[in-house]
Design a binder for this molecule. Structure first.
Ligand SMILES: CC(C)(COP(=O)(O)OP(=O)(O)OC[C@H]1O[C@@H](n2cnc3c(N)ncnc32)[C@H](O)[C@@H]1OP(=O)(O)O)[C@@H](O)C(=O)NCCC(=O)NCCS
Length: 323
């Protein structure tokens, strides 16, 4: 019996219509376009409208991914949705998406690994598909980080944005030109949990809380963690910086992305950047970047695509996908 691979069938994205520029932010806190661009590479980000929920963003992205795959919602039997900004404490935002799509079979659940959420969700769905438990999965990253930002804190509020992206994965017998998720590597180390966190929660304060971050500490660890887990992906597959077609990193900060690419020896023209227009959309950033590079024709069938993320926890992970 041949092994099962999870093949990408479709990709979709959604960004709220409202954009917030660095100039807009300079009217709200003591900052400047120059400071934000120089330190982060971010020029603007999208912000969800009042009443526009994480599940609304996710549903738009999911529908776009299904349309791209040429599949009907009823073809999906698994939804894994990565978010740190769910609609409610429970039920899972994934079940709202499931209901919105009119699906009543299979399973839908949320997964929380902050900015690494999409890579964790992809690995989870991939393992369910490879086990034979499910046939087709929607893997979604969706966030409304604007709701957990302290808009008076210039050290954090300039960095994040809202959005959603989704992939449709299908379990196929190995052999379709080597396509599919080739390897995933997930890590976490809770000793760093106080370096990037939200200062409220159900069990601690009974409030939602605001994002807090030791920016320099996060920066200090990011490049090493990212490159370690990518080296693991290369070791597991025999691939290398030279053989990948596209590097689609979590879009937190241009300087972290550039430093990681340099350390790994990945050519700048292979790096997909969306942080300039999206900011850091946490779990949504990788599928948003994938959707952008796929829509403009850069990522094509058969390309070798390297994904990577690092975030609160710390959590970090990588995935290599033959598109
Ligand atoms: C947040 C980050 C951009 C800050 O850049 P930095 O070079 O480390 O800057 P510092 O925090 O040392 O602050 C430098 C100065 O800029 C000021 N500053 C901070 N935010 C500012 C802003 N938005 N506008 C203007 N000045 C700002 C600080 O107050 C500080 O001033 P001081 O020297 O008078 O004390 C950077 O640390 C970073 O990118 N960290 C990683 C964050 C990240 O990606 N998190 C998500 C991971 S998933």
């Amino acid at each position: 019996m041949s092994a099962i691979r999870s093949v990408v069938r479709g990709v979709g994205a959604y960004l709220p219509s409202r954009t917030l520029t660095n100039a807009d932010l300079a009217l709200m806190v003591d900052t400047s376009d120059e400071w934000i661009v120089q330190r982060t590479g971010i020029s603007e980000r999208h912000i969800a409208a009042d009443g526009e929920l994480t599940s609304d963003l996710a549903l738009h992205a999911a529908r776009a991914a299904l349309a791209d795959a040429g599949l009907d919602a009823q073809d999906i039997d698994l939804i894994v949705l990565a978010t740190s900004t769910p609609d409610n404490t429970f039920p899972a935002t994934a079940v709202s998406v499931q209901a919105g799509l009119g699906i009543t079979h299979g399973a839908a659940f949320d997964l929380q690994a902050v900015c690494s959420g999409f890579v964790f969700a992809l690995a989870t769905a991939d393992n369910f598909l490879k086990s034979g438990a499910y046939k087709r999965a929607l893997v979604i990253g969706a966030e409304t980080f604007s709701r957990i930002l302290d808009w008076s804190d210039r050290t954090t509020c300039v960095l994040f944005g809202d959005g959603a992206g989704a992939l449709v994965l299908e379990a196929v017998s190995e052999g379709e030109e080597g396509r599919g998720v080739l390897t995933t590597h997930l890590r976490s180390d809770g000793r760093h949990k106080n370096k990037l966190y939200v200062d409220g929660g159900v069990s601690s304060t009974k409030t939602v809380g605001y994002l807090r971050m030791e920016g320099r500490e996060v920066f200090r660890h990011a490049v090493g963690m990212i490159t370690d887990v990518i080296e693991d992906a290369f070791k597991a597959t025999g691939e290398s910086a030279a053989s990948i077609d596209w590097f689609v990193p979590h879009q937190a900060n241009r300087r972290i992305i550039d430093a990681s690419a340099v350390k790994l020896g990945i050519a700048p023209e292979k790096v997909v950047i969306t942080v300039d227009h999206h900011g850091n959309t946490s779990a949504a950033s990788i599928p948003l970047a994938l959707a952008a590079a796929y829509a403009d024709g850069r990522i094509k069938k058969g390309d070798l695509v390297l994904l990577e993320a690092m975030g609160g926890g710390f959590t970090w992970g990588s995935a290599l996908v033959r598109w």
